[in-house]
Design a binder for this molecule. Structure first.
Ligand code: NAD
Length: 515
């Protein structure tokens, strides 16, 4: 581990690997002596740090603490909770460089994207501060005289946050900071592939938590599925589980939490496509495709996985895209010139390989790339060359999400056909059309257009702003988080009717009196 990395770890309160395991010594994070997890960097396969885990006993202690904290935190006025979130945002601003670098180190995304992820946390903090004064309920006119009706929103309780490795801290912020202004407390279970980033968040926010006496509001638990994951799903003290990850995980989580009639917010896999019409601005379409398919090494839920291109421009589009792919620098994500870092681990590299084999077997033709890439000096890292593959949309492999930089090329002749192909996958997260035609644009956005939660025009599929509600349909899970009115899922709605008269009329004019 070089000096710079040691300094980053020190700044974020994480022990270097040879000093032993980092333990949960701060508020809201509990560990147990014994079990440990090692976090490896995908950059070179080397261990970064060791983390002590929590067992089932620690889980119970933390849940006790969280439920106790909720009883007092929900009584703090929402704008005051907003003040606290504002200060959390300020702490994140101060530690942006260190946290952005740690994300690159632990997750392998390029540093610019690591910094972007911290910026997203800061943005959602600002959004949540404003929201803390806007948790509006409706008032309605009662059908009964001298009656008043309105809706109000109450805090929900403990929110369980389960996150994927690819956005190790932004997804926490989307959930935890909005939940906090809503008056909820949270229990964060990060991916075991990125525990250090989660610990860093806990350390960064600790001074603010102390200042506001909010111990037990932001809780972190890192442990096995058996000791932590399953107990969270089965725990009736957790009214909402917000889970981000694969569709397979979401189906399990949905079934288990549904069994106890708990609420879930599911943010699952995507299979995102861009339709490119013959009158599209090709420069823009190529740039958006490159960022969408190669950015974050194809490891975003919104990564572009399919290009549905009009036959008349397919040849030129693919030729230009291959040209652009050839210029992508693959390598150390800490290097400013690098555009594509490694995949998360060896399993992801093998998964990409298996998908390319399947695509070939099903009739596809690899037009560019594929296979592992060796980076000098970083031989232990998990690098690949991004691939472009000509396929038919109905191939089983194209119907699946492969979490790697594989871009499928599919041709179409008419816009109706393009939209049909677009929607013919089980997932429904993000979608885009590049076109110069108002008619094509409007059809794509209409009821007979894209069936996804996100539909863009002349913007790629990846890189959403926090102001809109984020999420997708079908096997993407149907959840919405982040901006707009996504806050409602973190609260419980109550309808109140007040009779300020001296009579007791019943609704629907029912007479029910002893005469
Ligand atoms: P994953 O499904 O392997 O793991 C996600 C999280 O779920 C991890 O924290 C994991 O430990 C946990 N988990 C898995 N099974 C569990 C169980 N039975 N009980 C409790 N917890 C359980 O996903 P991943 O490989 O970390 O991330 C990649 C996937 O996440 C992709 O499919 C990607 O599209 C998806 N993703 C979706 C969004 C979105 O907003 N739609 C955002 C990011 C990632």
């Amino acid at each position: 581990m070089d000096k710079k990395t040691n300094k980053i770890l020190q700044t974020l309160g994480i022990e270097t690997v040879n000093k032993g395991a980092t333990t949960g010594s701060i508020n809201g994070w509990i560990t147990t002596k014994g079990q440990e997890l090692v976090s490896y960097s995908p950059i070179d396969g080397q261990a970064i740090a060791r983390v002590a885990l929590a067992d089932a006993g620690a889980y119970d202690i933390l849940m006790e603490k969280a439920t106790t904290a909720f009883a007092s935190f929900k009584m703090m006025p929402a704008p005051k909770r907003g003040e606290m979130v504002r200060e959390i945002g300020n702490q994140l601003r101060e530690k942006k460089e260190a946290l952005g670098t740690l994300i690159a180190l632990e997750n392998g995304k390029i540093k610019a994207e690591g910094m972007g992820e911290v910026q997203e946390m800061i943005d959602i903090a600002d959004f949540a501060v404003g929201l803390s004064r806007q948790l509006y309920g409706l008032t309605m006119h009662s059908e009964r005289p001298l009656h008043r009706m309105y809706e109000q929103w109450h805090p929900l309780g403990v929110v369980g946050i389960i996150t994927a490795f690819n956005f190790p801290c932004a997804v926490w912020a989307w959930n935890a900071l909005v939940a906090a202004v809503c008056g909820d407390v949270c229990l964060f279970k990060p991916s075991s592939k990125t525990p250090l980033t989660a610990i860093a968040i806990q350390n960064i926010i600790a001074p603010v938590v102390d200042k506001y006496g909010a111990d037990g509001v932001f809780n972190l638990i890192i442990g096995s599925r058996q000791d932590v994951g399953m107990p969270m799903l089965n725990d009736p003290r957790i009214p909402l589980i917000s889970a981000t990850g694969s569709t397979a995980m979401g189906k399990r989580v949905g079934a288990i939490v549904g069994e106890r009639l708990g609420r879930t917010l599911l943010e699952l896999g995507g299979n995102n496509a861009i339709i490119v019409t013959e009158d599209a601005d090709m420069d823009m379409a190529i740039r958006a495709t490159l960022f969408g398919a190669v950015g974050t090494a194809g490891q975003r839920c919104t990564s572009t996985r399919r290009i549905i291109v009009q036959s008349s421009v397919r040849k030129i589009f693919v030729a230009r895209l291959i040209d652009a792919y050839k210029q992508v620098r693959i390598g150390n994500p800490m290097d400013e010139k690098t555009l594509m870092g490694p995949l998360i681990d060896a399993t992801a590299v093998a998964g990409m390989d298996q998908a390319l084999t399947a695509a070939r077997e099903q009739g596809g033709e690899v037009l560019y790339g594929g296979g592992p890439a060796t980076i000098q000096g970083l031989e232990g890292g998990f690098y690949v060359t991004p691939a472009i593959v000509a396929v038919k949309n109905h191939y089983p492999i194209v119907q699946q999400e492969t979490f790697a930089p594989i871009l499928y090329i599919i041709d179409y002749d008419s816009l109706d056909q393009a939209i049909e192909l677009h929607n013919q996958v089980p997932q429904g997260l993000s979608s885009a059309i590049f076109t110069g035609s108002m008619y094509a644009q409007e059809q794509f956005l209409s009821h007979k257009g894209s069936d996804c939660g996100i539909a863009n025009v002349n913007i790629g599929t990846s890189g959403a702003e926090i102001g809109g509600a984020f999420g997708g349909e079908k096997e993407t899970g149907g959840g919405r988080e982040s901006g707009s009115d996504a806050w409602r899922v973190y609260m419980r709605r109550q309808t109140n009717t007040i009779n300020w008269g001296r009579d007791l009329p019943l609704a629907q004019g029912i007479e029910f009196d002893i005469r």
